[in-house]
Design a protein around this ligand. Structure first.
Ligand code: MLT
Length: 272
């Protein structure tokens, strides 16, 4: 597994670049880091070139200027692909905030994308109440750090049984959240609160798209994801049983099977 540090502008990006084949970009959710894909990286690298960064200010990636918009994160991803000399179109696989960034990436870099895997995410933007709550949360994170957010958020992200599994995932999540830079986490809340509503973009997305939802996801419901999938001409929706908001971590086997079926489907066969 190749771990790289890329210096781009004001930032040092920590990126895993592993395997060979069609490029697959894995983009983590808020306020996590690349380790949320720990059950996918080696598995998908058997058939794909897996590129898995920590976004600016999260995990081990550092930046002087926290990113104020999700478009800024999409720009970073485009620059990371350029720095890694990725010339082929990528399959963009993002979870939740990673998925919101995916819509921006599609909007601004359609020539760089061959397919989308939208995990536990949605196209709509925040309601005014949710946007307000994010700004309150951003202020508190700025003042007191990420600890309270970690304790509030980690249990909401997963539906776990047995209890032991739930506890171990939850403590890994708390560690991920507490290790992120408070300024970047606060900026992430602000960026999500002002993000575009991508619903009207969906009918224009002409690359193959797979939506993966969790049966018990409280944050992005399976119903909403299935409605989003119906708006994209070439999209399918699968629901992973027994998972909450973090299907790749909670139900890695079912998640990997369904995503690999999609990745290895005829849509992405290279010409011989
Ligand atoms: C995430 O998992 O990225 C967040 O739950 C997204 C959100 O807060 O809308």
């Amino acid at each position: 597994m190749f771990k790289k540090t890329l210096s781009i502008g004001d930032s040092q990006f920590h990126v895993i670049d592993h395997g060979q084949g069609p490029p697959l970009l894995l983009v983590h959710g808020f306020p996590l880091n690349q380790s949320m894909w720990k059950f996918q990286i080696s598995k998908f690298a058997k058939t794909h070139r897996v590129i898995c960064p920590d976004l600016a200010g999260f995990g081990l990636s550092q930046c002087d200027q926290p990113r104020a918009t999700l478009q800024n994160h999409a720009e970073d991803l485009s620059q990371i692909l350029d720095a890694l000399n990725v010339q082929e179109r990528v399959i963009f696989c993002g979870l939740s905030m990673g998925g919101y960034i995916g819509w921006e990436f599609w909007k601004h870099y359609p020539e760089k994308i061959s397919g989308i895997v939208a995990c536990n995410t949605r196209a709509a933007n925040d309601s005014p109440e949710v946007a307000r709550a994010r700004l309150i949360s951003a202020k508190s994170i700025f003042k007191t750090g990420t600890q309270v957010l970690a304790q509030q958020m980690a249990p909401r992200l997963i539906y776990g049984k047995p209890q032991e599994l739930k506890t171990s995932i939850q403590s890994a999540l708390e560690q991920m959240i507490e290790s992120a830079s408070p300024e970047s986490v606060a900026a992430g809340q602000v960026a999500m609160s002002t993000r575009h509503d991508a619903t009207s973009w969906l009918p224009m997305i002409d690359c193959p798209t797979l939506f993966v939802g969790g049966q018990y996801d409280q944050i992005t419901t399976a119903q909403e994801m299935s409605n989003n999938a119906a708006l994209i001409p070439n999209a399918q929706f699968v629901e992973i049983q027994g998972a909450g908001h973090l299907t790749p971590l909670e139900q890695p086997e079912s998640f990997n099977t369904r995503v690999l079926e999609f990745l290895n489907s005829t849509h992405f066969r290279r010409p011989q």
